[in-house]
Design a protein around this ligand. Structure first.
Ligand SMILES: NC(=O)c1ccc[n+]([C@@H]2O[C@H](COP(=O)([O-])OP(=O)(O)OC[C@H]3O[C@@H](n4cnc5c(N)ncnc54)[C@H](O)[C@@H]3O)[C@@H](O)[C@H]2O)c1
Ligand SMILES: [Zn+2]
Length: 369
């Protein structure tokens, strides 16, 4: 068992990582539940894991109530939030009570936000079931929903009380979702940890094939990195937490263009976005070509996109999507660029016209394998 603390003073919490921990979840949740019934929110695709969780809660003497939310990004909506809050109120959830989010980033973001606003703040536990949620979204307290104007534009910082990560639940995750989550793993290497990127090059394929040792190492290493960054800059005010957005400005433009309909998963867009950020850094004379080639090479080797792929939109159109990015302020869009692998920094001087020209020169169909 690995326990990593997210150190945030009186809002600190442990992230427990252990294969099979879902079978013992009741023991971990019991001290928080204080004898009260616990509501578990899950989506239909994690029903087998819900059954395990319920069994372990009952074995620890905790009563449960399950709420099933439709699977998919569409659940991060006003309508789902309203329905979920209504149901939690009907179930009599009180301020000190804990709600459990069992699912991927969608469930975690939705339940976390509902918990932030219900009765001006209830408590919640994250039990992430996708690789993306285990290495990224379940830690750090960003919660929220999407609106017609864009993704994650409505939300709150609300830290969970506990995160329980069971790598074994990834056994039921579709391979494509696992691979997309892996983009957020290797991102930590690209940001400031070249040795970890080297580890990814050597072990990424084994991790994706289900090797439990590689999986556990990648999750613990990623969570430790995220916990460090969140502790240093919880509300993204100093620029440290912004480093986690590597690949996301380019990536969000690709996601917006693809239409959030599952054609391009978030992690796939982030993978392509990281490759583009490195190649753009080369164009700016910041980064050695070999480093950008190493990044794209590893992405291709594991079957992730290393460029624009099937996106045919013009550079100007993609840059237009970027202008709507919530990180834009006063007409300036900060970009994460790199001086090399593990040497990412925030650049506030990027000219979007130049970015559009760069994107126009990018090959439009980059082989993924
Ligand atoms: N809060 C943050 O800091 C943060 C960070 C990164 C991403 N996000 C958000 O996370 C969301 C994406 O998360 P995601 O990739 O986990 O998507 P997701 O929650 O939609 O899960 C992906 C798919 O896998 C299914 N699934 C989940 N666990 C499963 C399992 N163990 N077995 C079988 N199927 C399973 C889900 O039902 C869904 O169909 C986005 O909305 C993104 O904005 C938030
Ligand atoms: Zn992401």
């Amino acid at each position: 068992m690995t326990v990593i603390t997210v150190a945030l003073g009186d809002r600190s919490y442990p992230v427990v990582i252990e294969a099979g921990v879902l079978d013992h979840a009741g023991e971990h949740v019991s001290p928080l539940a204080g004898g009260r019934r616990v509501v578990i929110v899950a989506d239909a695709n994690v029903r087998p894991h819900l059954a395990t969780l319920e069994r372990s809660m009952h074995a620890a003497g905790i009563e449960t109530e399950a709420v099933i939310v439709p699977a998919g990004e569409g659940a991060k909506s006003w309508a789902s939030l309203e329905a979920l809050c209504g149901r939690l109120l009907e179930l009599g959830v009180e301020r000190g009570d804990h709600v459990i989010a069992l699912g991927g980033g969608v469930i975690g973001d939705l339940v976390g936000f509902a918990s932030a606003i219900l009765k001006r703040g209830t408590r919640f536990v994250q039990i992430p079931t996708t690789l993306l949620a285990q290495v990224d979204s379940s830690v750090g307290g960003k919660t929220g929903i999407n609106t017609r104007a864009g993704k994650n534009l409505i939300g709150a910082f609300h830290q969970p009380s506990l995160v329980l990560i069971d790598p074994d639940v990834l056994g039921t995750l579709p391979a494509r979702e696992l691979r997309a989550g892996y983009a957020e793993v290797l991102k930590y290497g690209l940001i400031d940890d070249p040795d970890f990127f080297g580890w990814c090059e050597a072990n990424g394929a084994a991790l994706l094939a289900g090797d439990p040792t590689a999986r556990a190492h990648a999750i613990a290493h990623s969570v430790a990195a995220k916990a460090r960054i969140v502790a240093a800059d919880e509300h993204e005010t100093t620029g440290v937490r912004a480093l986690l957005n590597l690949g996301h400005t380019f990536g969000h433009a690709l996601e917006a263009e693809a239409g959030f309909d599952g054609t391009l998963l978030h992690g796939e867009a982030v993978a392509a976005g990281c490759a583009l950020a490195f190649r753009y850094s080369v164009r700016r004379g910041l980064c050695p070509t070999e480093d950008a080639e190493r990044v794209a090479g590893h992405l291709r080797a594991v079957g992730l996109p290393g460029g624009l792929g099937d996106i045919t939109a013009s550079g100007a159109r993609l840059v237009d999507h970027m202008r709507h990015d919530k990180k834009a302020s006063g007409g300036v869009l900060p970009f994460l660029l790199a001086r090399g692998i593990g040497r990412t920094f925030l650049d506030r001087t990027v000219d979007l016209v130049d970015v559009a020209a760069f994107l126009d020169e990018e090959p439009r169909r980059c082989p993924t394998a």
